[in-house]
Write a protein that binds this ligand. Sequence first.
Ligand code: CP
Ligand code: NVA
Length: 308
Amino acid sequence: MPLKSKHLLTLQELEADDILQVIDVALAMKRNPQAYSKSLEGKTLAMIFQKPSTRTRVSFEVAMRQLGGYALYLRWDDLQLGRGEAIKDTARVLGRYVDVVMARVLRQTDLDEYAKWSPIPVINGLSDRWHPCQILGDLLTMREVKGFLKGLKLAYVGDGNNVCNSLLIGCSKVGVNISVACAKGYEPLSDAVEWAYRNAEKSGAKVEILNDPEEAVKNADVVYTDVFVSMGFEAEREKRLKDFLPKYQVNCRLMSMAGRGAVFMHCLPARRGEEVTDEVLDSAQSVVLEQAENRLHSQKALLYSMLT
Ligand code: CP
Ligand code: NVA
């Protein structure tokens, strides 16, 4: 069934059943990849990057290959965009060559402008505000590891950044309870929090925005963190480390306060010794590699659902 939204810019535009459908298709593709090997034959994805990437770039490129399609890697600065060509002109021109665009941008407002003019679907591959594709892979991982989603509790500890904003949306849509513990001044976007509360009214999820990591991880099935210094925020590095450490580090002590059988999640790349210790990242509780792998399966399912 096609998704109800043309673009994926924040995750809020997908309905809960769209998200659950992407997860189901991803599970089916993971079980039997061969069955889908020609499903995007003749289709092309343009991938525009204004910031570095390992997982997003490789998983999208491989996803298109595995579905029988083709992907183009385009650095923002190598396009005329880098020399000031209008976003609206680029969007309309690329729409004449390819079938779908994925872009990783410094500013969400640029992506919104791109989507406004694009005749073809646009996928957010991370911006300063959101990282929806990450959360599709994360929900797939939680579903695999725990067997279900509704009623689970996820605790997010650290910076209320792009990943945290999209987790608020994804969890609240599908009924995963989410407790966020951020340092003062680093809370998630007010849009993300408001949408999460609104989604929760429908799904029955519980949403909490706190400052205390020990309170947030109580009874959590998943403890999730991300870097304290996201791409584009490097100038604030020293201040951020002072504001987050040691209280917001996920270490064995904090993990021991979570629920029984809790798993550790991180979108990666991690800064070992900052937001998470080696011990936790490399522990048996850590599912970060499953998470990274699931970017591939969930994005195959997303592309398939958008384009067929
Ligand atoms: N998690 C994630 O998006 O990783 P990359 O920055 O390597 O794409
Ligand atoms: N919050 C991080 C996520 C990287 C995948 C960043 O934006 O750099």
